[in-house]
Design a protein around this ligand. Structure first.
Ligand SMILES: *Cc1c(COP(=O)(O)O)cnc(C)c1O
Length: 341
C-alpha cells in the first residue's frame, strides 16, 4: 500500500518512464518585466515528459505508485487534460484505465481530439449521464457505476482533476525544487491542488501566487481544505488573484490569444491556452501595476503544453471586425473541470 509520501518513484517513477525531475528553471529575457526590475524565470514542468502533462504527472505519480498493477479509474469532462494525462500514464505503465466522461449525449458522436487521444492510449471511455456524474462522490452511485462498467472492485480511484491528498503532497516537490531560487512563484489554478502542494514545499520567506482560470471565488476554501487533508493544516504563504479568468474555464479573448502567441514567439515555446496563458498574462499585468518590488525574482510555473484540442493559433487581423470581436468573450470549448469544491 502506498503511503502517498514517496517521491514520484517506484513503478511509476523516473526510472521506468524517462521522467525529467527536477524540471528545468530557465531565465527568460523579457524587457517588459526587466524594465520594472522583475527577473522572470520559467519553471518548465512542461518538459517533465513529452506525454505526461507537467503538473498532472506530479499529481498522478503518487497515486499510481500504490496501484501495483491494479486497474485505474478516473473522471473528467470531454476536454479534460487530467483524463488525457491518466490515459497516457496508463499506456506507459501498462495499466488498464477506465475514464468516466461527463455527458452520455457524447456517446454516439465522433470523439473530439482530446478523447480520441485518450482512446488511442487505450483508455476505456464510459459516457455517463450528467446527474449520475455529479453524484459520483456518493458511494452507492460510485459502486453502481463501477459495477455497470465492469471495473474490478479493487481498482485505484483517482478523483476528477486529479487533486487528492496524495496529489497535493506530490506537488510539494515542485515547491522544494524552487527553494532559494525565486521570491514569488506563480501557477495557474483549476482545482488548486498544484498550488496547495507548491506553497507547502517552498521556503517560509517565499510566496506562491495562484491565478484561478475558473470563475467563482470558491478556490481559497478548496485549497485550504486540500492542505488540511494533505498536511493536517494550512501551509506556506499563498494568495490568489481572481481577476484573470477571462470569463471562465476555456474562455478567452483575441487579446489573450495574441498575448499567448507573442509570448511563445519571444520565448520559443508553445503557450498552453487554458491555464498557462492566463497566468503569464496576469504576471505581466501585475508587474505593470507595480505589484512586485524591483529586484523580485518571479518564477512562472509552465504547467503544461497545448493539448490536441488547441489548434494552431491564428491571430485575427487588426480590422474593425477584429476590434469588435475583441470586445466579446469567446468560448473555445464548452466544458469545465469541477474538481473538489
Ligand atoms: C490541470 C492544469 C492546471 C491546474 O492544476 P490544478 O492542480 O487543478 O489547479 C494548470 N495548468 C495546466 C496546464 C493544467 O493542465
Amino acid at each position: 500500500m502506498s503511503t502517498g509520501t514517496e517521491p514520484p518513484g517506484g513503478p511509476a517513477g523516473p526510472g521506468g518512464l524517462g521522467v525529467r525531475l527536477p524540471s528545468p528553471l530557465l531565465p527568460a529575457e523579457d524587457e517588459r518585466f526587466g524594465r520594472h526590475g522583475v527577473r522572470l524565470l520559467l519553471k518548465r514542468d512542461d518538459l517533465i515528459h513529452p506525454e505526461l502533462i507537467g503538473n498532472k504527472w506530479r499529481k498522478l505519480a503518487p497515486n499510481l505508485a500504490g496501484a501495483a498493477g491494479r486497474a485505474l479509474v478516473t473522471f473528467g469532462g470531454a476536454y479534460s487534460s487530467h483524463l488525457r494525462a491518466t490515459a497516457a500514464a496508463g499506456r506507459l505503465l501498462g495499466l488498464s484505465v477506465t475514464g468516466f466522461v461527463r455527458g452520455d449525449e457524447l456517446a454516439g458522436r465522433p470523439l473530439n481530439p482530446s478523447l480520441a487521444r485518450c482512446a488511442a492510449d487505450g483508455m476505456r471511455l464510459v459516457f455517463t449521464d450528467r446527474a449520475r456524474y455529479r453524484a459520483k462522490d456518493d458511494p452507492e452511485v460510485l459502486a453502481a457505476l463501477l459495477r455497470e462498467a465492469g471495473v474490478a472492485p479493487d481498482a485505484v480511484l483517482v478523483p476528477e482533476g486529479g487533486s487528492n491528498a496524495r496529489a497535493v503532497r506530490g506537488c510539494a516537490a515542485l515547491g522544494a525544487e524552487l527553494r532559494g531560487r525565486a521570491d514569488v512563484v506563480a501557477v495557474a489554478c483549476g482545482t488548486g491542488g498544484t498550488l496547495a502542494g507548491l506553497a507547502a514545499g517552498l521556503d517560509p520567506e517565499q510566496r506562491a501566487l495562484g491565478i484561478p482560470v475558473l470563475r467563482g471565488g470558491f478556490l481559497g476554501g478548496a485549497i485550504r481544505a486540500l492542505q488540511e487533508e494533505a498536511f493536517g493544516g494550512v501551509r506556506g504563504r499563498w494568495s490568489l488573484d481572481e481577476r484573470f479568468h477571462f470569463g471562465g474555464y476555456a474562455r478567452t479573448t483575441p487579446e489573450l490569444l495574441e498575448f499567448a502567441e507573442d509570448f511563445g514567439a519571444r520565448h520559443g515555446m508553445a503557450v498552453e491556452r487554458l491555464y498557462v496563458a492566463k497566468m503569464l498574462y496576469a504576471l505581466l499585468a501585475l508587474t505593470e501595476e507595480g505589484a512586485f518590488p524591483p529586484g523580485t525574482a518571479l518564477a512562472a510555473v509552465i504547467t503544461g503544453t497545448p493539448g490536441p484540442e488547441q489548434p494552431p493559433v491564428t491571430v485575427p487581423p487588426a480590422t474593425d471586425k477584429a476590434a469588435e470581436a475583441a470586445k466579446r468573450i469567446t468560448p473555445i470549448e464548452a466544458t469545465k473541470p469541477t474538481g473538489r469544491r
